[in-house]
Ligand binder design. Structure first.
Ligand code: ADP
Length: 602
């Protein structure tokens, strides 16, 4: 530290002590410390880098007259929508308050931290340092005042795919609708998903000559859930899938890849439509825009805590709390729709219902997936079902637990090997089967391996190139011109590795996988470049939840309807049995979300 600067700091400390003693409040500002023009920060434009969820965040910060005058985000790979609020709020917070001590934004903590470290990195080049940063006031962005008693026709709790669809339908039917979301952005787990949804009988299937039917979809889903699924609810999803797609495309304006269909594990045929960019963002962005246009009222950072029940046992509202700690009553003239998602991120709840799903598991789900709706409904007598069935997704990032979409090359033909270089499971089997199989391998890890023939089907490394880079930076994926190099890179038994792939290519030649009877089309792993990716299973979906009927009405333990209460999406149980098939969640949340929104108004 320069001598002169240290002197100024000592002086400043003295002033602080005196000042605080006199006024009881810190009153130091940057101007107290002399820089070239009486300020800490020298005028100019500076770039800084921080690390967020998706990689580097690059900011450009301008300083004029010693003040931070503008902040431009030059580069970021954060999840759209989820991080939008963080960028908006933090940038505004810094400019308004001239402080670098801004609270993180609810639900976007890692992005928030990344933005702040990029800012500090830039400001260090302008003359700031960790000591000067400490002098800035601590700003809580969430402080706000809400009306404490509000009345609507319909109160929707949760802004994932189910909540958004429910709110839109209720509003379209003429109701006055408020949606409460505890995070700072809507989207829930659909936002961070690939967005694929199963629909039998689409134009895409017809063009590809794929024969499918509502009955076959029901059969696959029932088999996938070991036939303990509530068939009447599965039937609702299967029958409504096609009209729901028409609604999404024609009314909500969602764009799907025109000539891509994915066959997820456990399905007899390819039937999943994939939204633009293979991201749930497309669905959420369009649903939110549509809701905004219709006039749905969105209350963010508002957490529902309790359902309010009248003397006739009818649900008449919700008690919620905002980030300033205010308790707000949302009265609901017509009804309340619970769409709070599952409980995959609630460790205690997981362990309560399935002790094996403990700390050793990372989770793919967002932090807000804590089972709040299940608890609230349970507290007023709602029946719960299948709570012990908790699904892991087999192919996630071994460091973060985040689901890997590059690894969906599995559906296009990639094979799974272990550290010994041996195949150990049918790659198109159900998620629970593959997850268990991976957990029984050395290091509880698996390696996906594929070559150019597979890559060309869905271009997973290109479509998900940001994720690819994250894996590359963590040394969890490797690309090479020869198969031998792949084995060497991860220290896999080379002889076994080569033999397994040779054998598999033989099965492809004969059109039959003699070892595991793999479903779907078989592809050679013979032409480079080749890829190898390390994967682990992580908690992904909770099949159990609130018991509902075909109208999304919540039932009590005697099978009676609880008046005024609806539930839709992952919060509802019984639909997927022991195990949800890939691509069935989005179909479920949108179909039942819409039904809840329609029925609450009827
Ligand atoms: P689904 O797929 O069924 O729509 P998601 O998990 O995608 O479920 O979305 C659920 C949403 O509900 C998330 O955005 C989550 O933050 C929100 N949420 C969860 N609990 C509460 C609560 N107590 N109050 C308000 N919002 C909540």
């Amino acid at each position: 530290m320069k001598k002169r600067f240290r002197f100024v700091l000592i002086l400043l400390a003295l002033v602080m002590v005196l000042g605080t003693a006199c006024s009881g409040k810190e009153e130091n500002t940057h101007e107290d410390i002399e820089g070239s023009n009486g300020h800490i920060y020298k005028d100019g434009t500076y770039q800084g880098v921080g690390v967020g969820n998706g990689g580097d965040i690059l900011l450009e910060v301008a300083v004029r007259d010693g003040k931070i005058s503008s902040i431009d985000v030059l580069e970021n790979k954060e999840t759209e929508i989820l991080s939008d609020v963080a960028f908006e709020k933090i940038v505004q917070g810094v400019l308004d308050n001239q402080s670098v001590n801004i609270d993180t934004v609810t639900g976007a903590t890692i992005s928030s931290v990344g933005i702040m470290s990029a800012l500090k990195d830039a400001l260090k080049k302008a003359g700031g340092n960790d000591e000067t940063f400490k002098m800035d006031e601590i700003i809580h962005l969430a402080d706000r005042e809400d009306e404490l008693d509000q009345t609507y026709d319909v109160v929707v709790i949760g802004g994932g795919g189910a909540g958004l669809s429910a709110a839109i339908e209720a509003k379209s039917a003429g109701a006055n609708v408020v949606l409460l979301e505890k995070m700072s952005s809507v989207g829930g787990n659909t936002l961070v998903s690939g967005g694929g949804l199963n629909v039998p009988g689409t134009e895409q299937q017809k063009e590809l000559g794929i024969e499918d039917s509502v009955e076959l979809f029901i059969e696959d889903t029932m088999n996938g859930g070991d036939n303990i699924n509530k068939k009447e609810l599965v039937t609702v999803i299967a029958k409504n899938a096609l009209p729901t797609i028409e609604w999404l495309v024609n009314e909500v304006n969602v764009e799907f890849m025109p000539d891509r269909l994915q066959q997820f594990g456990g399905h007899s045929v390819a039937r999943a439509l994939i939204p633009k960019n293979n991201k749930g963002t497309e669905l959420i962005k369009k649903l939110k825009d549509y809701g905004d246009d219709l006039g749905v009222v969105f209350k963010m950072e508002t957490k529902a805590e309790k359902l309010i029940v009248d003397e006739n046992n009818r649900v008449v509202g919700v008690m919620a709390i905002n980030t300033a700690g205010q308790e707000i009553t949302f009265n609901a003239n017509k009804g309340v729709i619970i769409a709070t998602g599952g409980f995959g991120a609630n460790l205690e709840m997981r362990k309560k219902y399935d002790p094996e799903k403990d700390e050793k598991y990372k989770a793919t789900v967002l932090a807000g997936t804590t089972g709040d709706g299940i608890i609230m409904a349970g507290d007023i007598g709602a029946d719960l079902i299948h709570m012990e069935y908790i699904q892991t997704y087999p192919t996630c990032n071994p460091r973060t637990g985040i689901i890997s979409y590059v690894a969906n090359s599995r559906f296009d033909g990639a094979i799974l090997l272990n550290q010994e270089g041996v195949r150990f499971v049918e790659e198109m089997d159900r998620r629970d089967v593959i997850s268990k199989a991976i957990l029984s391998q050395t290091n509880q890890e698996g390696y996906l391996v594929w070559g150019q023939e597979v890559e060309e089907v869905g271009n997973m490394t290109e479509v998900h190139k940001d994720e690819y880079k994250v894996f590359e930076n963590m040394d969890l994926i490797y690309k090479a011109e020869t198969l031998e190099e792949l084995a060497e890179h991860f220290d896999i038994d080379k002889a076994n590795f080569m033999e397994s792939i040779d054998k598999y290519n033989g099965y492809v030649d004969n059109g039959k996988d003699e070892e595991f009877n793999r479903r779907g089309s078989l592809k050679h792993i013979a032409k480079g470049p080749f890829y190898i990716q390390k994967v682990i299973p992580a908690i992904h979906h909770t099949m159990g939840g609130i018991v509902i009927n075909e109208d999304a009405r919540v039932l009590d333990k005697d099978g009676n309807i609880i008046p005024g209460l609806f539930a839709a999406g992952e919060v509802a149980g019984g639909i997927h049995g022991t195990n949800r098939l890939g691509g069935n969640a989005v179909t479920d949340v949108i179909v039942f979300g819409r039904i809840a929104g329609q029925k609450v108004v009827e």
